[in-house]
Design a protein around this ligand. Structure first.
Ligand SMILES: Cc1cc2nc3c(=O)[nH]c(=O)nc-3n(C[C@H](O)[C@H](O)[C@H](O)COP(=O)(O)O)c2cc1C
Length: 409
């Protein structure tokens, strides 16, 4: 494997001499489909050390071509890429790291218009004068972008092969400039907090925590954050769920809420967990999801993110505070930043729980009220604001552009 690390500086991609090829498997053993996209633009801001580098690229969704006009029209249609509404496919790296002998770009692809994580392995990089040629491969999960048409026919994963020619246009770029460059126009237009990416990850049997989650999401969006509302997988048997009408109804009502994955946590700068209280602790469904994050934890990728939590109980003094404190114990192991609401807004003197939003539902007899909704909105807003400020502030420092980046990045 020939990898030459390019000199620090800004390298601008030449779309004419670059290519994006793909292969998608067909099910039933039929031959795979392969083809290409055109690159519209791209840049690499290389830093010293290279782990601070940033790579961005935009491809033309309309240019999808597999050599079969009717298939191409179908893939461009609203069933797949919906290119009329979403003409561009974007990539932005979050972490550049060397794993064993391979350089990996960990980042996000935004298509149609969902953002989902992706990793590209650099297979070669060579520099000749001011020209850089990089080849890399990665796998995109089309379902993660909401492209689920023809599940029974076309495979889920698309293999990408990138060949990128770039020209060096400027010399060494300080890490801070590398980071602020790509966001400069957004920073001028909007506040820093719109940069925060927040995953609200919840479990709810009978809907109380789900309602709180919706207000947390609304508050975070109000503060300009990009927010994903995600439920964790259910662990209870169908029989147990069916035995409680409220539970069965809630499962049905929320069947379209996406199930959280570790990729969502990798994507997020802040994770706000919501869980009903179970004997003074979080629900096993939330705990099971947290336990599934061991791989990210081992790679240091849960550290330096913001975390917060909210809960509900049946009874007053039923364990709300102990549930949130139990959740926050885990955050210390991640090396995360707990952002509690405290009493930092007048609404907190009304709901009275500085550890996180909470609601007493009286076993389903006390619906979520304005007190809880206001507190949840405020918590979403506060987490978004603090996360945006931390992210912008830390971009100049050793933690890199993304919260969750390794300390060594
Ligand atoms: C196994 C189990 C344990 C529970 N433990 C407590 C508890 O310790 N204190 C309490 O007040 N409510 C407890 N509850 C009630 C739930 O916290 C309450 O129903 C839940 O907050 C409602 O949230 P949901 O509608 O989002 O499911 C428990 C419920 C179950 C099923």
């Amino acid at each position: 494997m020939n990898i030459e690390i390019p000199a620090p500086g800004k390298w601008v991609v030449d779309p004419q001499r670059s290519s994006i090829n793909f292969t998608a498997r067909h099910l039933f053993g039929l031959a795979g489909v392969s083809g290409s996209f055109e690159l519209l633009s791209g840049e690499l801001v290389v830093t010293d050390p290279p782990t601070g580098s940033i790579v961005r690229a935009t491809a033309n969704a309309q240019s999808f071509s597999s050599g079969n006009p009717s298939r191409d029209a179908k893939v461009r249609s609203s069933s797949f890429l919906h290119v009329e509404e979403h003409p561009a496919i974007g990539f932005e790296s979050l972490v550049v790291e060397k794993r064993h002998d391979t350089w990996i770009l960990v980042g996000n692809i935004t298509a149609r218009p969902r953002t989902a994580p992706v990793e590209f392995a650099v297979s070669s990089a060579s520099v000749s004068g001011n020209t850089l040629v990089v080849r890399a491969t990665g796998t995109v999960d089309r379902y993660a972008h909401g492209i689920t048409a023809m599940k029974g026919m076309a495979g889920r994963h698309v293999e990408l092969e990138l060949s990128v020619h770039a020209e060096r246009v400027s010399g060494a770029v300080p890490r801070s400039a590398a980071v602020s460059h790509g966001n400069s126009h957004r920073k001028e237009e909007t506040s820093m907090t719109d940069l925060a990416k927040i995953a609200v990850v919840y479990y709810s049997s009978t809907g109380t925590v789900f309602e709180l989650a919706q207000s947390v999401v609304a508050g975070a969006k109000d503060a300009g954050a990009e927010v994903k509302l995600l439920k964790v997988a259910e662990l209870a048997s169908e029989e147990a769920i069916a035995s409680n009408q409220g539970w069965a109804d809630h499962v049905k009502a929320t069947q379209d809420v996406p199930v959280a994955t570790s990729d969502d946590i990798l994507w997020a700068d802040a994770v706000i967990f919501g869980s009903p209280t179970r004997f003074g602790n979080v629900a096993s469904q939330i705990k099971q999801f947290i336990d599934s994050l061991g791989g990210l934890w081992a790679r240091g990728l849960l550290a330096n993110k913001v975390y917060s939590g909210f809960t509900a109980t049946a009874t007053a003094h039923g364990g709300q505070e102990s549930t949130l404190l139990a959740l926050y114990n885990t955050v210390y192991h991640f090396g995360g930043f707990v952002v509690p609401p405290g009493y930092t807004d007048p609404v907190k003197f009304v709901d009275g729980n500085p550890y996180g939003t909470s609601h007493v539902n009286g076993n389903g007899t006390i619906p979520v009220d304005d007190t809880a909704r206001d507190a949840a909105m405020f918590q979403g807003k506060r987490v978004a604001t603090i996360t945006g400020a931390l992210k912008a502030g830390l971009a100049d420092g050793p933690l890199g552009s993304g919260l969750g980046a390794k300390l060594s990045a």
